[in-house]
Design a protein around this ligand. Structure first.
Ligand SMILES: [Zn+2]
Length: 123
């Protein structure tokens, strides 16, 4: 698969409300960041798959700004399919181990995945 196909597949998935990731056909490794070769075994035999989007905060930090409402929480979220991804958690606070779920937001005309506390009623 070419990188452009992978990238297009990711944005198509975001548009459908799905969180895509890549699974290596060579060694089974799952990863999020779009690449056309497996970072573990260098195989190009990759397949797009869709995650449940329900994960746990693996690590997080709040970047403090003057406006507390605009102080983002940067996090690494671990998904049950076996991969981790860098993301933002949309919440007032987050702790390691918190259950979070994917939510999609438009940023400068494109849809991107973010996370929020699991079961949060906000859209
Ligand atoms: Zn591999």
């Amino acid at each position: 698969m070419k990188l452009k196909e992978i990238s297009d597949g990711y944005f198509a998935g975001f548009g459908r409300g799905e969180l895509p990731y890549l699974r290596c056909g060579g060694c089974g490794h799952a990863f999020y960041y779009p690449r056309n070769l497996c970072p573990k075994c260098s195989s190009g035999e990759l397949a797009l798959a869709a995650s449940s989007g329900k994960g746990k905060v693996f690590s997080c930090t709040r970047i403090k700004t003057r406006d507390p409402a605009r102080s983002p929480i940067y996090a690494i979220v671990e998904l049950p399919e076996g991969f981790r991804m860098y993301t933002n958690v949309l919440a007032d606070s987050a702790e390691i181990g918190d259950d979070v779920e994917v939510v999609f937001r438009e940023v400068e005309g494109r849809i991107f995945p973010f996370f929020r506390p699991a079961g949060d009623a906000a859209p």
